[in-house]
Write a protein that binds this ligand. Structure first.
Ligand code: FES
Ligand code: FES
Length: 164
């Protein structure tokens, strides 16, 4: 079947079997491999992307269910000149990662969280990121990064429009 999507601002058509997961379409058909697969059972959050303005686990959605959707992956966050989105920069500054496997999903969830709750407290950040599992960092620097990223996003409202 053909599935029409808008991914990182570009209209694309994906030719895939009806049982294709959205994460497979993103990684295998579109070759956007920044979106990771950690569990395939909607638990780890490594596959998180933003679909129609909300973060979702793309291993939990069929590509066919996303027909017509507007999707942003980690590759679509940076500005046109290649500079990092404020949340990406905050993860780098705060060392909010070690192996990096969870990081793209964390960043996508954090961007969604801070777009909806720019002044989220530490406990709200921890609660909202419960669906994203990190095996390395102990989460402390991730929470620090999300705080810093939220402040930077609030300062630079244009950055809230992904890829601005
Ligand atoms: Fe989707 Fe783990 S791969 S939640
Ligand atoms: Fe390794 Fe999070 S940095 S899983």
């Amino acid at each position: 079947m053909q599935v029409q999507l808008k991914v990182n601002g570009k209209s694309v058509s994906v030719d895939c079997p009806p049982n294709t997961l959205l994460v497979q379409a993103i990684r295998e058909n579109l070759r956007l491999t920044g979106t990771h697969v950690g569990c395939d059972t909607a638990q780890c959050g490594a596959c998180t992307v933003i679909m129609n303005g909300r973060s979702i686990k793309s291993c939990n959605v069929l590509a066919a269910q996303a027909e017509g959707a507007d999707i942003t992956t980690i590759e679509g966050l940076a500005a046109a000149d290649g500079s990092m989105h404020p949340m990406q920069a905050a993860f780098k500054d705060c060392h909010g990662l070690q192996c990096g496997y969870c990081t793209t999903g964390m960043v996508m969830s954090a961007v969604d969280l801070c777009t909806r709750h720019p002044h989220a407290s530490e406990s709200e950040i921890r609660e909202q990121l419960e669906g994203n599992i990190c095996r390395c960092t102990g989460y402390q620097n991730i929470v620090k990064a999300v705080h810093q990223g939220a402040a930077a996003m609030a300062h630079d409202k244009a950055a809230i429009a992904y890829g601005a």
